[in-house]
Write a protein that binds this ligand. Structure first.
Ligand SMILES: *Cc1c(COP(=O)(O)O)cnc(C)c1O
Length: 395
């Protein structure tokens, strides 16, 4: 091993561990469901993004098995060579119908979709106005594009208007985009899309909404853009197939021209092998399920509301979430980590999120209830929250 690499790794790891920033990764034994097993301990799982419980759905599992039988285990190539299977076309058609857009392009992950779609459209000489709380994959996609990145204060419409005006009137940039999460995963707040679209119209901004946490959750499942009825206005809707949809993958939905172009200019689409047949068929089944019934979506919201009300009644600060994402804001970093650790010892798996992921002094334990949780599980979790909250003097 290179001595320089060895020293580099040692320094980095020591520094992270000394600052309490080294994340020890837990191994889950078996499936990721509403109750999980870690180190032999059964835990009520409030940490997944498996909002609708589809990761272990019987129909999806069967669809995946059928696809293995009919199409094998791999797509065999990147989409543009000969990796576009009939299954991929079927998925993209179903997704476009669900999203209410002309067309969709699928990628192998949401992260990949942002790496592909943002740099395909935005170039050096362009500017991207980016909400300050945007996800890491958006930030990386923007960096990769070579465009000038202009941070906009989180959900601050005055700041957006001001910066949109400056960027467009300066004459410095060929094109200007505004990019935002649809649902912000740390607080559960929703982007102010109607106001954003008004500003975008005024300054002819290209609009891009990353709806990773909104897909399957908002708009009866079809996402935040559909929730506001803006699916014909927002230029680019990105979504993930890995969270509420329960499988893996990502996509961009929009006009036919946009998707035609991304299919020749999105680098991960051109240079990374296509989604597997099993994933593709399982995702298609999931989307069909969401189009046929809002039962899972409704159950998710019911559980979210139930957990929120319970935590609030106990006296916890649950912030201002507008979605099932339920933060319990503790504040101080060490106390937040201790709180999460004690919850786990008592049987609730809810991860602590602290600086630098959220601002200093706003450490939180984030709860992601799903459609798969029963009332009994949520009641048990609330009892444990009460016990640990009193023990640590938080309530
Ligand atoms: C999770 C997430 C992604 C990445 O999606 P994957 O399919 O897991 O790669 C992108 N954007 C946001 C806002 C996310 O929360």
């Amino acid at each position: 091993m290179s001595q320089i690499l060895k020293e580099y790794l040692n320094t980095q790891l020591t520094e992270l561990k000394d600052n309490g920033l080294y994340n020890e990764i837990d191994v889950v034994d078996g499936a990721n469901g509403p109750v999980i097993t870690i180190d032999g301990q059964k835990l009520i799982n409030l940490s997944s993004n498996n909002y609708l419980g589809l990761a272990t759905d019987e129909d999806l599992k069967q669809a995946a098995k059928d696809a293995v039988d009919s199409h094998g285990v791999g797509a065999g190539a990147v989409r543009t060579i000969n990796g576009t299977l009939d299954l991929h076309k079927e998925l993209e058609d179903v997704l476009a119908e669900f999203k209410g857009t002309e067309a969709v392009i699928a990628f192998t992950s949401g992260f990949n979709a942002n790496q592909g779609a943002i740099p395909a459209i935005m170039k050096k000489g362009d500017a991207i106005l980016s909400d300050a709380l945007n996800h890491a994959s958006i930030i990386d996609g923007c960096r990769l594009s070579g465009a000038k990145i202009i941070r906009v204060n989180h959900s601050d419409m005055e700041d957006l208007r001001q910066k949109a005006k400056e960027a467009t009137e300066s004459g410095e940039y060929n094109k200007v985009m505004f990019i935002t999460d649809g649902v912000f995963s740390m607080d559960g707040d929703v982007a102010l899309l109607p106001e954003i679209m008004e500003i975008a119209k005024e300054y002819d901004l290209i609009t891009y909404v990353d709806d990773a946490h909104g897909s399957g959750v908002m708009g009866k499942g079809a996402g935040t853009v559909k929730h506001f009825g803006l699916e014909k206005e927002v230029d680019m809707q990105m979504g993930t197939l890995s969270k509420a949809i329960g499988v893996v993958g990502g996509y961009v939905a929009g006009s036919q021209e946009l998707i035609d172009y991304l299919k020749v200019a999105g680098r991960p689409f051109l240079f990374s092998t296509a989604l597997t047949p099993a994933d593709t068929k399982a995702i298609t089944e999931a989307v069909r399920k969401l189009m046929a019934s809002t039962e899972l979506h409704d159950k998710l919201w019911e559980n979210g509301d139930y957990l929120k009300a319970g935590l609030k009644d106990l006296g916890f600060d649950i912030g201002h979430s507008e979605t099932p994402i339920t933060p319990v804001i503790i504040g101080e970093e060490k106390l937040t980590q201790e709180f999460s650790k004690r919850l786990k010892e008592e049987g609730v798996y809810a991860k602590s999120i602290v600086f630098p992921t959220v601002p200093r002094g706003t450490g939180r334990v984030r709860n992601m209830p799903t459609a798969a949780h029963t009332k009994e599980m949520l009641d048990d979790a609330l009892k444990i929250y009460e016990k640990v909250g009193k023990e640590l003097g938080i309530i």
